[in-house]
Structures are given as structure tokens and as C-alpha cells.
Design a protein around this ligand. Structure first.
Ligand SMILES: [Zn+2]
Length: 124
């Protein structure tokens, strides 16, 4: 029995940085580490935010772009529908959801197309 127990580290699955075993998010890149990070209400929003941020800034494949289009295309459609309900709360929600989803679609698609262009250039 020693009082200087070697501290176990958990490695970040996203960037490989060592984090304390009790950490919920990576100290270097902010990726969710623990299962708790996906369960807590605030942590869940944060974890999803990280996934969306990464997906929109570095869309690696067409599948990611399609996924973003399905999620935020739906959100934009719902936003438009809400604008025509005549209910103040619904209109406010629609007015928030519509630009947010359109920006996500625009950013993701633009980054994906630009990335593709750069890849093709470096191929030649
Ligand atoms: Zn990390």
C-alpha cells in the first residue's frame, strides 16, 4: 500500500491527449470523454455541439454532409412551418431555427466542397 498511487489517465479518443480519469471533456480539444458527457442535460448539448461543430468545420465524407442536410433540412422546414402558425411562441422558435439551420447547411456544404477542391488540387 503506497500513498503515491500512479494516477491513471484516460486518453482522448479524438486527439489522444491524456486527461484525468474523472474528466468529462478533453482538456485540449473539448471532445466528450465519459459516458456522463453524453447523459447530463447540459453535457449532452455540449457533446452534440462538439459533433456538429466538427462536422460543419471539417466534413470528412459525403455521409456527414448528408446527415447534416437531413437534420438541419428538417429543422429549416419545421422553422418555415412555425412561421405560418400565427402563434407568437412558434414564430419566435421558427425565426430562431430557420437561420441557425440555414447557416449550418451553408457552412457544412461550403467546407465540404472547398475541402474537395483542395484535395483534387493536391492530387495533380
Ligand atoms: Zn482531445
Amino acid at each position: 500500500m503506497s500513498d503515491t498511487e500512479p494516477e491513471e489517465k484516460q486518453l482522448c479518443t479524438s486527439c489522444g491527449a491524456p486527461n484525468s480519469p474523472s474528466a468529462h471533456f478533453c482538456i485540449r480539444c473539448g471532445a466528450p470523454l465519459s459516458s456522463y458527457a453524453g447523459i447530463g442535460p447540459y453535457e449532452r448539448i455540449f457533446a452534440e455541439g462538439f459533433i456538429y461543430r466538427q462536422a460543419s468545420e471539417r466534413p470528412r465524407s459525403l455521409i456527414v454532409v448528408l446527415g447534416i442536410w437531413i437534420i438541419f433540412g428538417l429543422m429549416a422546414t419545421v422553422g418555415v412551418i412555425f412561421l405560418f402558425t400565427g402563434d407568437v411562441v412558434m414564430i419566435a422558435m421558427g425565426a430562431f431555427a430557420l437561420p441557425v439551420s440555414l447557416i449550418m447547411l451553408w457552412k457544412t456544404t461550403k467546407n465540404y466542397l472547398m475541402r474537395k477542391k483542395i484535395d483534387q488540387k493536391s492530387d495533380v
